[in-house]
Design a protein around this ligand. Structure first.
Ligand code: AMP
Length: 220
């Protein structure tokens, strides 16, 4: 099973991927997480990627695509994979199709998470993540706070803000890139008939758990 998660920053892709992978024994492949792990370890890839990430820009396709190709090869025996944060533009989507074609594989479903823009910005400002790279639990100061302020419920590590969530010009840039480069992928995959839209919004009291339940019932 290969699933792509689309949705602007702060819609809850990481949370949705976390729930689905835990419940179904699927693997979450988050390009953002791989970059952040490399940045914190100071690897060559991390240093290069951070030049773009810190400004809210996309990491160049040649770096990202080869990183994903390598990881997909490592995960070839996985029961299911959820791609969280990849592809981010048409060129990456086409490369992914080529990679899968070569192996006789295909994308099964694309989940498109939709959240009103004003909620997205608040969510990004209120997002806190576990500083322990092996844990990566995500919280929201208002919607889903940790039991003890600033401390991860799962592993007890310190909660921090993502560096790119602290900079308002980087936030704006990321949303602009989403609108111009990533959103067109909804149409690209819709033409293949594999898109399922799930709304996540505080306004209608609908969160990641319900979106996951609905998605699972639709693909059965
Ligand atoms: P995310 O955690 O998915 O929001 O990703 C954090 C940052 O990593 C993004 O703002 C980009 O700078 C970079 N990034 C993640 N995935 C990709 C991708 N598929 N292509 C290019 N850059 C990416």
């Amino acid at each position: 099973m290969l699933i792509i998660l689309l949705g602007a920053q702060g819609t809850g892709k990481g949370t949705v991927a976390g729930i689905l992978s835990k419940e179904n024994n699927w693997i979450q492949l988050s390009t953002g997480d791989i970059f952040r792990e490399n940045i914190s370890k100071g690897t060559e890839l991390g240093v290069e990627a951070n030049k773009y990430i810190s400004k809210g820009c996309l990491v160049p396709d040649e770096i990202t695509v080869s990183m994903v190709e390598k990881r997909l090869e490592e995960l070839k025996d996985a029961e299911g994979i959820i791609l969280d944060g990849f592809p981010r533009n048409l060129a990456q989507a086409e490369k992914l199709d080529e990679m899968l074609d070569k192996k006789g594989e295909k994308i099964d479903w694309v989940i498109n998470l939709e959240t009103p823009r004003e909620e997205i910005i608040t969510r990004m400002l209120n997002r806190r993540v576990c500083s322990n790279q092996a844990c990566k639990a995500t919280y929201n100061l208002v919607l889903h706070p940790s039991k003890v302020e600033g401390i991860c419920d799962v592993c007890g590590s310190e909660l921090i803000r993502r560096a790119d969530d602290c900079d308002s010009s980087a936030i704006e840039k990321r949303l602009e890139i989403y609108d111009t480069q990533t959103k067109p992928l909804v149409d690209f995959y819709d033409k293949k008939g594999i898109v399922i839209v799930e709304e996540i919004s505080q306004k209608i009291n609908r969160f990641a758990e319900e979106a996951c339940k609905d998605f699972m019932s639709k693909i059965k």
